[in-house]
Design a protein around this ligand. Sequence first.
Ligand SMILES: [Fe+2]
Length: 532
Amino acid sequence: MPDPRRTLADLGDSVIDRRRFIAFTGALAGTAAYAQLRGDLAVAAPKLRGYPFRLGVASGDPAPHGVALWTRLAPEPLVEGGGMPLKDVRVRWQVATDSRFRRVVRTGSAAAVPELGHSVHVDVRGLRPGREYYYRFLTDRDSSPVGRTKTAPGWNDRVRRLSFAFASCQKWDDGFYSPYRRMAEEDIELVIHLGDYIYEYGVGSGGVRNATVPDSFAPECFTLERYRLQHSLYKTDPDLQEAHRLFPWMVTWDDHEVANDYSGIYPEWANTSPEFLARRAAGYQAYYENMPVPVSARPRRGHVQLYRRLRYGNIAEFNLLDTRQYRTDNPCGDGEQPPCDAGFDPAATMTGRTQERWLMKGLARSRARWNVLAQGVLMGQLKHDAEGGRFWNDSWDGWPGQRARILRRIAQKDVSNPVVITGDWHSTFVNDLKADYENPNAPVVATEFVGTSISSNGDLEVYGPYYGPMIPFNPDIKFFDGDRRGYVLCKLDHREWRTDLRMVSTVSTPDAPVSTFRSFVVEDGQPGAQEV
Ligand SMILES: [Fe+2]
């Protein structure tokens, strides 16, 4: 509950209790202070060209006492500028304990400004741990869809179980989001997205979705306006919107939010340039504008603070990593390459030194049963031939030195049940992770689950035939499938972590059924998954 001693300035800020607010403003009525407060909260109302909440609503980063809320005003999502006037628009928001908003517990207002694509980000505070809440946004005329969210349990709470889904890689024009339609039916507390939320490529009409897309979508994304349009196009999908509306998400990015296989300030196959830095900044800003991330992720001079840690009582701690922004250039070159000594240079890093230190410190301190590294790219080793003569350098195989260092320290610090969850590959892997891949008897340090794509590659069987024949050279890869689309369901208690691979039959229709293709279990204290 809010502190009644809070100042007027604090109240104007945003987080206020509705009943107390009415009582408070009633007492102040007629004073200059009240006029100023009312002015702050009044909706400055340029007339909008239509319903402004066509991109839906979302929540993210659940904490014990707060959650991030998001919407973006766009009455005409597929038009540059979203059909919005070049003016600030004040949007009110409400959080209630019931879906009909009879018991509003927090309310406030925020400005949707053209410099941020008329997006709205609110960090709500003062909520209670482990509770379900409903939220909505209001303009002077319209009300958004009602979102549902749930706060995390208290930091030191004993939490018996936790269920969540993770997903990645959702190329809009490769297929429908039937996996999201099925995810919306799951009994889960949160969704984790591991990147390739959009793809930067041009989009045309027709295709699997048989959609009509304006010509402005034909070119690849380079500018802020074009990245914004791409996010809008993806967000118009009703199944993606529904999965956002129903669950809080935790998101991180991979490469396609900017450009294929870039590393830090380096585009693939090229040196850095002012053009690439501008492109990266545009992609980063559009990402912020369209994601339910906290205000702390707002870009500052082209940098976004995206890596962060979220705790679920004593059961799990999530380290959301940024495996793109701080990379040194690929030490052994781009694409598929033979290994090289530079991959073991301590200066070569996928996360940057600061993030690595932050990660190791957090893991060493954690008291959670399961310690999750949620991140972009394959961490397990994948030899492309029997001799290990070629590796895919965009993944951790391109940075084997840092991978070994991180896994060695995880083993030394005796981190409780480290589990890595990964996107990127449009394929499923279940891997034993080792600090020393040269030694066949090296102990297993951690478990990795790589989820397939939501829609990327569509129903085409592309990666199965290419990577499938390599799997026998890699005894630490316990399972591989390259041909199915879906998401991954994880159910945790204090004895075991269960992973269900939830696969749809097709992404050529929006309503395909889902089934559990395979299931795996990691037992407490026993790194490595077993199929069940
Ligand atoms: Fe992808």
